[in-house]
Design a protein around this ligand. Structure first.
Ligand code: SF4
Ligand code: SF4
Length: 369
C-alpha cells in the first residue's frame, strides 16, 4: 500500500488534495436533531414519517441541557456535526453554538433565511426536490413555492449550495433546476428521492436512477465549476455498488455504535465509524442511524451516508491511480463542501476534479430498426 500511495501521490494535483485532507485530520463526527419542529411538511420526510418528532424527549426547552450536550461532545473529541432532523433554522441559538464549537453542516428547507451575521462561513445545504411544480407538490402542499422563496433567500450567497433530491422518474427536470440554481449564484450537490410514502410510479426508487445519473453527468459537463458531486460518486450512490459490496445496513458506516440495536452490525467486520452517534432531539439518546429507526435500508440513497461509505473504504481504491483518484476526490469534496479544508482555494480545483474523474455514464444503446 505504501509504495502505491507514494506513486499516486507523485502527481502534484493528487498530492495537493491528499495533503489538505491529512492536514485537516480525521473526523470524529456525530449527527443531531436540533429540534423536533418544522415549518413545512414534505411528502416522504424520513423524520416525520418515522415519527421521530413524537419521540418522548424531543421537546427540550431547557438550554442548559443543550449546553451540557455541547460540552460533553467536545470532551469526547467530536469535531464534526451534521445537523439533521426538523428544521434547524427555527433554532438559530443552538445552531450558533454548534457553529462556534465544531466543523459542521446544516440542511435547511430554505423557507427562513439563516442570517450571515454570526454564521459567516457556514456550509448551508438548501433542499429542493424538483422543479417549482414538483417541489411545490412534494413540499408545499401544492400551495407554497418553497424553492422560489429559498432562491430569493440565498441569492448569490457563497455559503449556500443546493441539496437537490431528484425523483427517479423526473430526470428531465434536472437541467432546468440546476440552471436556476446556478443562475442564482449557487452550487449543487445531488441526493435521491426515497419514496417513503410509497407513492410509486415516477417516485419509486425501485426503477433505479439510471436516467438521473445521465442527467447529472450532463450537468457536470456543462457546469464543472458548480457541481459538487463527481460522476464516480454519483454512480456509487445511485447503483449502491462499491467494488464487491452492495449498499445496505450490513455495510453502512453511519450507524450509532453505542446503540445496542447495532451490536451485530459492528461485529460483522465491515468498516464503521466508531465515534459516530446519531443523537435524538433530547440531546442524550441515540438511534440506529441519522436517517432512520426502522425504515428499510433498501430505500436509503442518502448522499451523506454514501460519502462516509466511500471515505472509510480507501483500501478498496488502491488498485490503480484512477481508482485512488475516485476515492480521493470523494474524500476531498466532503472536506471542501463542509469547509474543513480551505474553501476559497479548494473550490478552484473543482473543474480539474471532474476532468480527472471523467464522465462514467454510458449512452443509451441505439434502437435497432
Ligand atoms: S423540510 Fe426537512 S424536516 Fe421539514 S418536513 Fe421537509 S424533509 Fe422533513
Ligand atoms: S437507513 Fe441508510 S443510513 Fe440508516 S442504517 Fe440504513 S443504510 Fe444506514
Amino acid at each position: 500500500m505504501g509504495n502505491k500511495l507514494k506513486e499516486y501521490l507523485a502527481d502534484p494535483f493528487l498530492n495537493t488534495m491528499y495533503r489538505a485532507v491529512r492536514e485537516a485530520g480525521s473526523l470524529k463526527s456525530i449527527s443531531i436533531d436540533l429540534t423536533h419542529a418544522c415549518n413545512i411538511r414534505c411528502v416522504g420526510c424520513y423524520y416525520f414519517d418515522e415519527g421521530m418528532n413524537r419521540f418522548k424527549g424531543s421537546k427540550v426547552k431547557d438550554e442548559a441541557v443543550f449546553d451540557e450536550f455541547v460540552a460533553r461532545e467536545k470532551e469526547r473529541g467530536t469535531n464534526f456535526v451534521t445537523i439533521v432532523g426538523g428544521e434547524p433554522s427555527l433554532e438559530l441559538g443552538r445552531m450558533k453554538k454548534i457553529y462556534d464549537n465544531f466543523w459542521m453542516n446544516v440542511a435547511t428547507n430554505g423557507w427562513q433565511r439563516i442570517p450571515c451575521d454570526g454564521f459567516e462561513k457556514m456550509p448551508i445545504g438548501i433542499s429542493v426536490w424538483g422543479n417549482h411544480q414538483t417541489d411545490k407538490w412534494l413540499r408545499g402542499r401544492d400551495r407554497l413555492d418553497v424553492f422560489g422563496r429559498a432562491l430569493k433567500n440565498y441569492k448569490n450567497d457563497e455559503r449556500a449550495f443546493w441539496y437537490y433530491t431528484v425523483v427517479p422518474g423526473r430526470a428531465h427536470e434536472v437541467e432546468s433546476v440546476v440552471e436556476e440554481c446556478v443562475q442564482n449564484g449557487n452550487r449543487v450537490l445531488f441526493n435521491f428521492y426515497c419514496d417513503l410514502r410509497n407513492l410509486g410510479g415516477e417516485f419509486d426508487y425501485r426503477q433505479g436512477f439510471g436516467h438521473v445519473r445521465e442527467a447529472i453527468d450532463r450537468m457536470i459537463e456543462r457546469y464543472p465549476d458548480k457541481i459538487l458531486m463527481t460522476s464516480y460518486f454519483s454512480h456509487v450512490v445511485t447503483s449502491g455498488k462499491l467494488y464487491d459490496e452492495s449498499w445496505g445496513y450490513e455495510v453502512c458506516t453511519s450507524v450509532s455504535p453505542d446503540n445496542p440495536v447495532n451490536s451485530e452490525r459492528i461485529r460483522n467486520g465491515k468498516p464503521y465509524n466508531p465515534h459516530f452517534r446519531a443523537y435524538n432531539a433530547d440531546f442524550s439518546t441515540t438511534r440506529r442511524c441519522c436517517t432512520g429507526v426502522d425504515r428499510s435500508c433498501d430505500s436509503c440513497f442518502d448522499t451523506w451516508e454514501h460519502f462516509s461509505w466511500v471515505m472509510l473504504n480507501m483500501k478498496k481504491h488502491l488498485g490503480s491511480k484512477q481508482e485512488f483518484t475516485n476515492w480521493l476526490t470523494t474524500m476531498y469534496l466532503f472536506y471542501l463542501i463542509n469547509r474543513i479544508v480551505d474553501f476559497d482555494s479548494g473550490i478552484k480545483l473543482l473543474p480539474e476534479i471532474h476532468a480527472r474523474v471523467g464522465i462514467l455514464s454510458q449512452p443509451e444503446p441505439a434502437e435497432v430498426a
